[in-house]
Structure formats: C-alpha cells, structure tokens
Design a protein around this ligand. Structure first.
Ligand SMILES: Cc1ncc(C[n+]2csc(CCOP(=O)(O)OP(=O)(O)O)c2C)c(N)n1
Ligand SMILES: [Mg+2]
Length: 577
C-alpha cells in the first residue's frame, strides 16, 4: 500500500507550518500517531491531560502565528480538548484538533466512546469535518487547516481509525495558504473618520488585540491628536510599554486615567477591541468610532456613530495623512496626571512589601517584573493572578503577557507557558498561578515538564482560597462561601516529582527566591509563595453598585460572626480605597 489518509494529513499539516501535536494516544488515533512517527517532521508532545495540551497549543499558536495540532482519542479523550478549544476560539489561536472517531461502520450506533463531533464541537470550532471516506480527506483537511490559519481559531477533523488507515487517493496533498491580506475601509468611510476626528476638540483612544501590529500607527495618531491611550487586557502588551500617552486599563482590573479619559473626550476611538464590559464604556455624550477586522465586533458593546471594517494598522496608516494636528495638550496632561496618581497608590504595597507578612502579592509581582528578563513571557491564571499581571507586570518590546483573557478559564497559565517554552526554548517563561489553578491542571503535568526538562517558572499564589471568587462574592454582597481549602507544601510536592521547589513565606526572602527561580536552567521550578489572602483589588473606577454590594457584604459578615475577617480586610486595604 502507498500512503494512507493519515500520512496525507501530516504532510498537509506540516506544509501549513504545524511543528507540534499535543495530546494523548489511543485506539482510533493509533494509525494517525503511527503516521506522525513515520513522517518525522511534527513533534508529538505527550501530555497527561488533553486539556493541558490544548492550552499549550493555544499559546504556541497565538505567539508564533503558526497553526498547532492537538489530538484526543474517541469520546472521553476528545471531550477533554473542549475547554482549551473554547479558549482558542476566544483568544484567536489557530489550533487544529484531530479527534479520534469510532470506526466508520459504527457511526450512529451508540457504540462505545462514540460522540457526535458536530453536536459536541458546535460552540467551539469554526469548522468541523468528519472523514468517512478517503475521497473526502483532502478537501476536509484543506478546509480545516485553511480556516484555522486564516480565521485564527480552532477547527476539528474527526477521523475514524479505519479511514485514517485507508489508502490515500492519488493526487497532491499540498496546501496553499495566502499571506495576510491588506484590509481597510472604503475611501468614503476614511473621509468620514477624518472629519469626525478633525471636528473633535478632544480624542481618546482605547485599543485591544487588533492593535497587535498597529502600535506605531496608534502612537503616531495619539501624538498628532494629543490623545490618551487606554487599552483592554489584550491590548496592554502591545500598547502600554514605552508609550508616553498610556493611561492604563479600565474595567474591573482597571487602573490609571483611562476610565475618565474615555468618558471625558469628545470622541472615542475603539481600535481592534471587543472589550466586553459595556458598563465601563461611555454613553451617548461621547461620539464613538470603532475599527475592527471582525464585523461582529462593530457596535455590539456600545452604540456607535461610525463603525469601520478594517485592519487597525492599515486603516490608521490610511487616515493619518488626512488628520490635522491638535495643539492643546491639556486633556492629555490631565489624564496622564491621574494615571501617575493611581500608580503612586498602587505602589503602596510594593514599597511596604518587604515589611508585610504574609507576603503581599503586589510586592511579589512587582519584584518579579523588575527581576525578569527583557524578553520574558508571562502567563497568568484566571483569578487574582490576572489583577497582579495587569497592574504590576511591566511590558516591553519583546516581553509577552498572556492569559485566558476572553474565555477566562482557570488553570491556563502553566500549560500556556509550556507551549510557549517549547516554541521559544530557553526564553524566560513564567506562569503566575492560583493555587486553585495549579491543582486543577498544572500539577498533573508537572512530571511531563520534569521529563522534558522544560524551563517553566511556576509561581503559585498560595492563598488557600479561590480568592477571585471570594472578592466577587463580597462585591455582590454575599457572605464568602465555598472558597476556602487547604494546601500541601507545594515546594515539597514539586521536589518529590523531580522539579525544583522553593517555599517562600518570608517577605524578606522574595527577591532572593525569585532570583534563584529565574536563574534555574535545569527544568521546571515551583515557587510556593504563601501570600496574603486578604489582598483585595478595587478598580480605579468603582461603579456604584459594587461599592454598595461590598459594604453590604461586610455588614453581612459582621452579622455572621466574621468580624475578625472584616477588620483584617479593612485594615490591610484601607489605604488602597
Ligand atoms: C474552569 C473554571 N472554573 C471556575 C471558574 C470560576 N473562577 C474564576 S477565578 C476562580 C478562582 C481561582 O482561584 P485560584 O486559582 O486559587 O486563584 P486566586 O484567585 O485565589 O488567586 C474561579 C473559581 C473559572 N473561571 N474557570
Ligand atoms: Mg487561590
């Protein structure tokens, strides 16, 4: 027999730029994995949980721009991929899932491990193909790969083992992927945009992920308009560093002057952002223009005066010559001054950090940011780690900051870091983990990193709490419930697994412990940092209902006999409020 269908699959994936496939082998996948072995050009990365592999693939695909494969075998192995694929969908990562399927003769017979891929992946995948006949294979593989790459999201190839092992039809198993197209609005819309900008006395910019390739143009526009630049979490890494117009983030994790800037401007430019918290965006008193490559983003978070379909970089480059320079810097200065004021407030627990026990996470994160290299890659678990990443980790031209920003799954940071480290071996890779997140997913795959000597620095915020939910519950006026738990000594657990473990309890040891962890070159290192569970975060702009809920929760806790907790929380945070 010549090449089989699985051989053709790997040939096409490899030609499209796939370098790795993360997953777990088994029954339906056996012929697929055997073909991968024969192919020799795609690395198989065995993980202990398919979900871990999917989060690793998300980070690799997102940062390299290359598609990445994941695999899981029929039924249960496939279902483990789902959460990571949802993350790929939301974060815009080109991940191609090879889902082992039951033998084709058993389809729709309620066979063992049978799962209908169309129903199951409906919400996550941009395309799902089930290959029941070798003659279909080339077209399905082509569509799955091309869609994942061009539309930047997950696709699924459901492949029964018997079809994978069948002879591939004659023909070319190649694939042609175009370079990124130039995509910008029509001339008439560019003129409208220029008029709106020129008619406005003050302009504020709010940018998101769509500014990834548009940093120079956004800064050039801000310079011309004397416009403050705020950003979403996804926009922070592209827009914040080395930017004299930067005013911070808004939203629940917000800091700085952005909230006031975007509410106080005559015109707000929303650039490549689908920022989901509409209550932090201004109403009708501010004119709003949105530019986005995705038509679904236009106007769905807030009503617009003008919606433009286009790539932010190409659109701004085209409109810049049509825009006249503004001279008045007072609006910009005002919001930059507010930003500096908030930074002073934020530095309170950083400056006092060496003397406060338990360790303040603000101090831990700020010290980490200062010690890490200029091209470090930081990943944060969903939870309070995101707050400290947003507020205390500084970006740089070659630094990268990533998380499950739009899907907001727990336990993403370590597998994300693993994928990034495989793609950029030796580059400093740091996962800021929650203790809930670490034990949910990262712990099970620590032996994988030990075995491979993968250099991921795990920093566990050991607060024995699902603290982010604890804060949420308090903000909503509930008595915190279901959020406490007990941990082992993670440093000793890590050592028992063959990783380097560092237990960190003393604030005076933070610098030395982080320095040691960052310098470790022999594989994964786990810093078990016992941090203050009472560290609360308040956004720079607190909506009225939050303050009311928060006060109510404190009152309820007093009535429930938790007076001590209330006092401790207030005492420790009073200077931040
Ligand atoms: C898979 C998943 N389950 C539950 C949640 C809801 N959730 C968001 S943050 C969080 C707490 C995370 O706790 P931990 O990892 O310990 O971080 P901490 O906030 O304590 O720093 C929870 C339960 C979620 N986002 N994802
Ligand atoms: Mg926790």
């Amino acid at each position: 027999m010549g090449r089989n269908v699985a051989d053709a699959l790997w040939e096409m994936l490899q030609k499209a730029g796939v370098k790795r496939c993360y997953g777990i082998v088994g029954d339906a996948l056996n012929p697929v994995i055997d073909a991968l072995r024969r192919n020799g050009n795609v690395e198989f990365v065995h993980v202990r949980n398919e979900e871990y592999g999917a989060f690793a693939a998300v980070a690799e695909a997102y940062f390299t721009g290359n598609p990445v494969a994941v695999c899981g075998t029929a039924g249960p192995g496939v279902t483990h991929l789902f959460n990571g694929l949802m993350d790929a969908r939301k974060e815009g990562a080109s991940v191609i899932a090879i889902a082992g399927d039951v033998e084709s003769k058993l389809i729709d017979t309620a066979a063992l491990e049978e799962l209908n891929p169309y129903k199951f992946f409906d919400l996550a995948a941009l395309y799902i193909g089930r290959v029941v006949n070798p003659e279909q294979a080339r077209a399905v593989f082509n569509t799955a790969i091309t869609t994942a790459v061009i539309d930047r999201g997950p696709t699924v190839i459901s492949l029964p083992g018997d079809v994978a092992a069948s002879e591939a039809p004659e023909g070319m198993h190649t694939i042609a992927i175009p370079a990124k197209a130039v995509f910008r609005p029509a001339e008439a819309d560019l003129e409208k945009l220029a008029r709106l900008i020129n008619d406005a006395k003050t302009v504020a910019i709010f940018g998101g992920e769509g500014c990834r390739d548009a940093r120079n143009e956004v800064l050039a526009l801000a310079a011309k308009l004397k416009a403050p630049i705020g950003y979403s979490f996804r926009g922070k890494q592209w827009l914040e560093h080395d930017n004299p117009y930067a005013t911070g983030m808004t939203g629940l994790l917000g800091y700085g002057g952005t909230y006031n800037a975007i509410h106080g401007a005559d015109l707000l430019l929303l650039l490549g952002t689908d920022f989901p918290f509409s209550e932090f965006l201004p109403n009708g008193n501010v004119k709003k223009v949105q530019i986005d490559i995705n038509p679904k983003h236009l106007g769905r978070r807030t009503a617009l005066d003008l919606g433009l379909l286009g790539d932010v970089q190409a659109t701004l480059a085209a409109v810049l010559p049509k825009v006249s320079e503004k001279k008045d810097t007072s609006f910009l200065e005002k919001h930059l001054a507010h930003t500096r004021g908030f930074e002073e407030l934020l530095s309170h627990y950083v400056d006092k950090g060496p003397g406060i026990k338990p360790i303040r996470p603000e101090y831990l994160a700020a010290t980490l940011s200062a010690l890490a290299s200029d091209d470090a890659m930081f990943f944060a678990d969903t939870g309070t780690a995101c707050i400290w990443l947003a507020r205390h980790i500084k970006g740089a031209t070659n630094r990268r900051l990533f998380g499950s920003f739009s899907w907001a799954s727990m336990a993403n940071a370590v597998p994300n870091a693993f994928g990034a480290q495989l793609a950029y071996p030796g580059r400093q890779t740091i996962a800021l983990c929650g203790d809930g997140g670490f034990t949910m997913l990262a712990l099970g795959d620590l032996p994988t990193l030990v075995q491979r000597k993968t250099r991921v620095v795990h920093i566990i915020l050991n607060n024995e709490s699902l603290d982010f939910v604890n804060i949420e519950q308090q903000e909503a006026g509930f008595v915190p419930f279901g959020v406490d738990f007990k941990n082992p000594n993670f440093a000793r657990v890590a050592e028992a697994m063959g990783a380097k473990g560092i237990r960190l309890e003393e604030p005076g040891d933070v610098k030395a412990a982080l320095t040691e962890a960052l310098a470790y070159k022999d594989g994964p290192v786990v810093v078990d940092a016992v941090v203050d569970p009472y560290a609360l975060s308040l956004p720079s702009h607190v909506p009225f209902h939050t303050v009311k809920g928060y006060t109510l929760s404190l009152a309820k806790q007093v009535l429930a006999g938790r007076f001590d907790d209330v006092i401790k929380t207030m005492e420790r945070n009073i200077r931040l409020v």
